[in-house]
Ligand binder design. Sequence first.
Ligand code: ZN
Length: 810
Amino acid sequence: MSLTLDEARTRAGVLSSVSYSLDLDLTGPETFRSHTRVRFRSTVAETFLDLKGALAVSLVVNGEAVEVAYDGRRVGLTGLSTGLSDGAVNEVEVTATIPYTTDGDGMHTFTDPVDGSRYVSAYLGMDNASKVFACFDQNDLKASFAVAVTADPADTVLANGAVVSHDAGRWVFAATPPIPPALLVVAAGPWHSVRWTYALDSGESLDFGWHARRSLADELDRDADELRRTSEACFVHYADLIDEPYPFDSYDQVFVPGLNWGAQEMPGCVTYRDELLPRGAITDTQRAIRAVIIAHEMSHMWFGDSMTMTWWEDTWLQESFADYMGYRVAEAGAGFSDLRVEVEVGSKPWGYRSDARSSTHPVAPLAVDVPDVDTAATIFDGISYAKGGACLVQLAFWLGDEEFMAGVNRHLTRFRFANATLADFVESLAASSPKDVRGWVDAWLRRPGFDTVSVRRDGDVPVLEREGSRPHAFTVAGYDSSLGLVERKRIELGAEPVPLPEFAGLVVVPNAGGETFAALRLDPGSWEVLSGGLSRIEDPLVRAVLWSATALRVRSRDLSADDYLDLVETHLPADTRADIIEGVLAETRSVVIPQRVPASRAAGAVARVAAASAAGLAASADDEQRALAWAAALAATSADAELLRSWLDADKVGVGIPLLPTARWAAIVRLASLGEADARFIATERDRDGTAEGDLGALRALAARPSTSAKDAAWEAMLAPGVDNRRFGALASGMWIAEQAHLLRPYVTAYLAEAPALATRGQAFAIEVGRAFPRIALDEGQLDALRTALAGDVPTILRRSWEDHFDDRE
Ligand SMILES: [Zn+2]
């Protein structure tokens, strides 16, 4: 049961002028001490503070110790002073003892197997601030936070504000500007740090820092120059783009263990999952995606942290903007080129998939459709990120960038350190453009689903048509029969068909620049030429658009999985871009095969991916990036145990191509799934690796073995009380192997029976339990069992995940 919209509205209506002093003692082994002093005005005598899972709570209201009314999630407040006089400011103190967590929500602890170092970090977001301190845990009761932390004297403590003082494990941080409680962060541990001071144009300076676990010091040092360069370049670009100055007093970025999200936009101190600092080497695609995430999180300093949504229906106001800005600024500011290719193959397919499901929702839903925070946790999805970001690409293209940015800037300035809604944004935007902004918003942000742009022929003249209801602006490309580019043109498409006489006789690709968000239906002649020569199209963005459009056709059963696999085998090995190869392989392995290939034919489909990967690897001798992409895929799909063992022995893939640690574990997991790696072999590999990643790899490999005893052991470990989020995820990903559908039947049943109870542990863990859904083809009986389970009592977040899995397979 999470905070509801009604409760939040009521409380926001009666409270004001909130500020906090927070004192955390992280030196306890099992629990930490949390002391909150909150000051606020109230127009009512009674309200409540949120505080989840505390073991012992004491309460002082306006100087008097009072008996605490605490039900495990809320502290009741009574006898408050009301009114506006100076004497009416309430001061409440709550002291609580709270257990650490291992599921990535709340005060998360992690002990590094490499050196025994312990890290303790508050991972908040949603309404998880109340897992760390007593607060009014909602976005529209923003407050200044003055934070002090007591930690192990050997630790460094990072938090939102700049350090004011630290001495013998006692750290005091500068008070923040008004922020939501859920954006607070504290990260304590023996961090390895790279710090520098950046001179601002204003003459002032800003302290930057990158931090990682001590055992990742080599990796951080390896990437430090690039991380610094990217951070500074993005910062400078935002200073050009955004009128409001940077809102906070420092900018730390920390690679933390066990984070549930890719990263979190905590003001002045961003956290990243530390898998973004990979061991061995980092590939170009990983570098580019990491730069996008850096730019994404930095945009949140304005979009979300300074200007914050009022309630969760406007999640898009921060996530869609951050998605859009992340790609834009990493490319234009930090110099990572061709990122629109990654958008097409890596991001938009997620948006289309989400938008094709019955659970889809408008980018900007109504508040009443997000009645509580648990429901809010379900809309951090492909709609709020990928589709919302794509809509903003379309908006900027349709409106013109100058008008778009003028509206955005007006909005950010109006709502500096405040809360805003869709209506506020529309008002800001409409003041910057004579176009029908309200109509556009209604068509694109208020309606779920997407249009189809189709091409028909009138004689040999292509005619573009729209099925749907949205205005589109995009580029059309025309090719000759050998796929040489002849013509490109910007067009606008509405209800009226658009004939293109100048493209007569040409092969036509609408949305060639990826500007709009729509399914494509090509005319048969164009499809025949394009599908025959996909890898020969020179522009990688056009290839990416076509791969993405084709995957969508597989989803809508307009194209068979076999036909898609034909394209993969025929064209992907010849593609020159690692990002396209990785994106298409991910779609094939995690979407097309489990969702569109029956279990009896899964092995054949995996073998086709392996064949394509072997061909791709052979064709990539001159390009290490492509070779690494293909090697990772072959490691995970090959049935050639001898080949995989030879890679492990040499710790490389043929001449000059290293076997990166993640690919090495993929190969071990694969060998295990083939029955070619026993527990002793896996233990040897784990010891050889010696890191947390090695522990997880070994768990995954043990779970992948094709025996009932291995599956029993994995399943039991997933059910262990207090299992941490990463171990749970690793076990689940080892458990479900496409070719083991028959062996896995009892565990599908067990999963459907046990998951609802597992999902009550917390929002993020519920998402993890949803992700642990069987990644194999389900037969009719199993789909019936899922339908029956859905008719029962399933927690909100898991229900959404299950409905989506059901939808994906129907
Ligand atoms: Zn974000």
